[in-house]
Each structure stands twice: as C-alpha cells, then as structure tokens.
Design a protein around this ligand. Structure first.
Ligand code: VG1
Ligand code: CO
Length: 543
C-alpha cells in the first residue's frame, strides 16, 4: 500500500521533558501535532523500516485514537510489525517487558503518567529503546531536532482496526498483533518472587487494599493479587481504567490517595495498603498506621531484597536520583555495594542497569524498580514488599522501626509550588545560582550552610554529561535542601523543594516529618525567597 505524504511545518515546543513529551490533550489533538511528533521519533531513531515496535498506553482520553494514528504512520514508514496491548492498554513496566521479551526495536508509550487525564487535562507520548528503557538524552535530542525541521509525514488511508480483538491483523502491509497486556507481565512477576510464601500469607488472613486509582494497574493488580495470590476479592479497588481516572490525579501519594491513607490510619485498617499511578510505574506503600516514604521504601527494599528468589544472590549495586534521600546510601555502605546518584528521570538508570552495575533503582517520587525491566515498576515494588512481609512475619511498622534503629532515619519531604509563572520560577533559580560562592558559612536559625552547588552528572558507563540537574544546599548538620524545576508539567512551572535531615538519636526516630524538618523548611524559604519571589505563602502539594 502506497503511503500518503502529508505536508506539515515544525510546531514549537515539542521538546521531550523528564519523561517524553507532555502537553494538554487538546494540544496533542490539534491537526498535525501528534503526527509531527511521531514522525520525528521515527526519523530521530533512524527510521522504522522493517522494525517491530510495542505500542500501548495508560488508557487515558485520546489513547485509542492516538494509537490508530501511530499504527497507520508506523505502517506507512515501513515497520514490519507492532505489538499492541488489547484495548490499547499497557502499563509502562509491562511495555518495557514486552520490548525486552520480544526483542523488538523499542516502543511507543502513550501516557502522561500521574498527570490527570481527559479532554481538558494532559496527554503524553514517549519512545523507549530496544533495551526497554526511556530513550537516552542523545536520542531525545535527535527527536527534538527533527521536530524543528519536519516538512512532511507519512501515513495511510486505512480504516481503524479493532483494538479489542486479541489476535493478528494488518494495517497496510504491517502486521499488528494484539495481545493480552497482563499475561507476560504476570509471568515475569511469578519468576521474581516467592508467590507460594505470599499466597500463604493471604491464606492466613493477611489483609490488603490496593488502590489502582482508576488507572492502568487495575487489571494487573486484580490478576496477580486476587487471581494468582489469592487475596480476597475486593482487595483491589478503583480497578477499571477510566479515560479521566475518575476525575482524580492518578498520583499515588498521601494527597491524591487520601482515601487509602485515611483507611490505613484508622481503626479498621488492613495489614497493608498500596497504590499505583496512571501508567503503573509508581507505587505508594503504607502499613497499618505507618506511611513509608518512597526514599525509605527504596532503602528497605535494598536491605531486604535477598528474601526474593530473583535477588537471592545479592545486589550488584543500587542507584537513586539525586533528590531522593540518602537512606539507601547507608544500606549500600553496610552491604559494601556501589551506590550511584543520578539526575531525576528513569532514563538515567538505563546504562547502569544494562551494564550490571545497579540491580535496584529508585526515586523519591514513588518510583522503584530493578533490572527485571528498564522502567520503574509500581506493582513490582508492592510484590517485593509482600515478599518481605511474608518472609519476615513482621508488620510494616515493625520493619520501619527496625530499619531506622539500625541505619538511622533520613527525615524527608517534598514541597511543590505548582503553576508558578515560568519567569518567576527561573528568576528564583538564577538568583540561587548567583549566590553559590557567598552561601557557605551563612547561618539560618540553628543551621549553617556547608555547600551550595548545582548537580551535574557524568554517566560512568558512556561518559555523557547532564548539567543543571538541581540546586543543592548542604548544611553542616548533614541535612540538605534541593531546588529543582519539574520537567513533566504542562502549564507554567512547578518548583520542587526537596528537604532532608538525617537523625541517629534513637529517642528522635519517631517524630512527625514536617516537625523534624521545620528548621530546614524555614531555611529553604529564606534562602530562596520563595514567598518573596513567587508570592506563594505555602506549597500546594506536600509529600
Ligand atoms: C517527575 C518525578 C520524577 C519522575 C518523573 C516521571 O519528574 O519527579 O522522579 O521520574 O516525574 O515519572 P519532574 O521532572 O516533574 O520532577 V512518571 O511516573 O511521570 O513516568
Ligand atoms: Co508514571
């Protein structure tokens, strides 16, 4: 079938951020917008002639019709095959697994992750490479360059295919295989963990609530937790993916998963609670009366991973994004394994995982994962926690108390100022940059600044350098504050303020985090002049 060549012109602002291109859904739906970006991906990766791609998304509004467009364009550009999740659904970690398992040339994942969905909300698209991970910066740079030069894209004049029918069909000359998006993933999880021990735990009356937040993890969690592991029916709530995620933010944190938090802090709490985000790569862990910060969760998983069959031989190393707390560093130190500090975004873990230098990776934003795929993986983290609970017989609360007693506690919180005018946010960051030399030695309440700089990363595997990855202010107490602008938002700028203080005094390990961090919080505001520069009295999201 002859491709149709459509004339177009470059569209401003198609620059991939922390995780692909994210824009308002209506922006993506504008004529040529999606098509320009898809053609730029294809061109940026050297064309798709004869290639096989995985295509799937988190089911948000516009997911299905965007997939039809992508399939026509892939066929017109000469791709030989696309593997598509039934109904266009595929979680991000499951897509990563499909890319790796089938040895494909990569995949396109349609998601704006934790951002809300719907005609007035957000949409996103990213390319993952043949290793199953988000494209590295040198690839996204090429894609962005193409968006600035594009004059034509290729498509076909074909009818939509039925995405709901499992089996093989054709778009033009290209084969489309529609598969059950859950089966391969569930099989992988069963290989990694001790499913018998976890099933025994549930059979013994252990109770759990998993909040899928009306997003993509619902079918996966139902099949694995209730299906294979025998958790009671109804353990997984909000389990059907909806195009608008039921009107909420599918972001698993104490703010957006408040219902789950309230339940877990109440008298009728089940033994274990968890939630996942829009595309299934994030997780929230909460025990009966005990919230676990993502940074602490990473540290606990690193400390105890060997209970799971996949990690029984120990970890090669661990990695965390720079703003993530140093809790995992202390575990790595004790175990005598390497610990890497990378910029924010999963794409920076890919080389370390591929090279076998890191086995577990994590971010403070509720992303944890391992070398089983090349994405963070929400349900994986939940299953590793379950495996640990089954192996130790302890509660989440006991596990945290023991962990802090052994390693000390990294009190941690992130304060977000969303939808700040971009100019003001940039001015605040530039203002800090200008003061790196004068800040050390200055005191703020009980705190004295020891260091002030901006994080840059030299990839130890390929030598590439990423600069301007967050401003760090270190205090002599061992505490720190990090200032960074978000790269996933779609309106204005979001200033993220990451706050951390390390505590080893055994009598001070069980305080409220905001209280323990109060001096750092006050110092952060004063140093950056947040109120003065943005007019904001307080952050609008605290996690
Ligand atoms: C945020 C998080 C980052 C995460 C990214 C993608 O980025 O901070 O840790 O990797 O989202 O996660 P930013 O630039 O807004 O801080 V997801 O679940 O959106 O794929
Ligand atoms: Co996500």
């Amino acid at each position: 079938m002859e491709p149709i060549l459509v004339d177009t012109q470059p569209i401003d602002g198609q620059k991939p951020g922390t995780s692909g291109l994210r824009k308002k859904t209506k922006v993506f739906m504008q004529p040529h917008y999606l098509e320009n970006y898809v053609q730029s991906i294809f061109d940026g990766i050297g064309g798709v002639q004869g290639k096989t791609l995985v295509v799937g998304g988190d089911g948000r509004y516009f997911n299905d019709s965007a997939i039809q467009t992508i399939l026509r364009m892939a066929a017109a550009n000469g791709a030989s095959k696309c593997i598509v999740g039934q109904g266009g659904i595929c979680s991000t970690p499951a897509a990563s697994n499909l890319i790796r398992k089938n040895g494909t040339d990569g995949g396109l994942i349609l998601s704006a992750s934790h951002n809300p969905g719907g005609p007035d909300e957000d949409f996103g698209l990213k390319y993952n490479g043949p290793n199953g991970g988000p494209a590295a910066e040198h690839v996204t740079d090429k894609i962005f360059d193409r968006t600035k030069e594009i004059v034509q894209y290729k498509t076909l004049d074909t009818a939509d295919i039925d995405l709901g029918a499992i089996g093989t069909t054709k778009v033009g000359d290209m084969t489309v295989e529609i598969i059950d998006p859950v089966a391969d993933y569930a099989e992988l999880m069963e290989k990694l963990f001790d499913f018998d021990a976890i099933a025994k735990l549930f059979a013994g009356g252990f109770t759990m609530r998993f909040d899928a937040m009306h997003a993509v993890t619902g079918p996966y969690a139902k099949a694995i937790l209730e299906g294979r592991l025998g958790a009671a029916e109804g353990t997984v709530v909000n389990a059907t993916p909806l195009p608008d995620f039921g009107g909420g933010h599918p972001d698993p944190n104490p703010i957006w998963a408040k219902g789950l938090m309230d339940l877990m802090m109440g008298d009728d709490a089940p033994d274990f609670g968890a939630a996942s985000d829009g595309d299934g790569d994030r997780n929230m862990i909460v025990g009966k009366g005990q919230y676990v910060t993502p940074s602490d969760s990473l540290a606990v998983l690193a400390a105890q991973a060997t209970v799971a069959p996949a990690y029984a031989d120990g970890l090669a190393g661990v990695a965390r994004s720079m703003p993530t707390s140093g809790a995992v560093d202390r575990v790595a130190e004790k175990k005598g394994i390497e610990c890497f500090e990378t910029p924010t975004g999963w794409k920076f873990f890919g080389n370390l995982l591929d090279a076998g230098r890191a086995t577990l990776c994590g971010e403070e934003s509720a992303g944890t994962g391992s070398n089983h795929v090349r994405e963070k993986d929400g349900l994986w983290a939940v299953l590793l926690w379950l495996n640990i609970l089954a192996a130790t017989g302890k509660s989440v609360k006991e596990i945290m108390a023991d962990h802090w007693a052994e390693y000390g506690r990294n009190y941690y919180s992130r304060h977000d100022y969303e939808d700040v005018e971009a100019e003001k946010a940039n001015a605040l960051m530039d203002g800090l940059r200008a003061r790196f030399e004068e800040l050390p030695g200055q005191t703020y309440g009980p705190l004295t600044i020891a260091t002030a700089d901006e994080f840059a990363y030299d990839d130890p595997v390929d030598g590439s350098r990423a600069t301007k990855q967050g401003i760090r202010i270190g205090f002599t107490s061992g505490g720190r504050v990090v200032f960074r602008l978000s790269g996933t938002g779609t309106v204005g700028a979001t200033i993220r303020v990451y706050l951390e203080e390390y505590e080893t005094d055994q009598s001070k390990l069980h305080r409220d985090a905001q209280e323990a961090l109060a001096p750092i919080i006050a110092a952060a505001d004063e140093i950056a002049g947040i109120v003065k520069n943005t007019g904001r009295e307080a952050p609008n999201v605290i996690t």
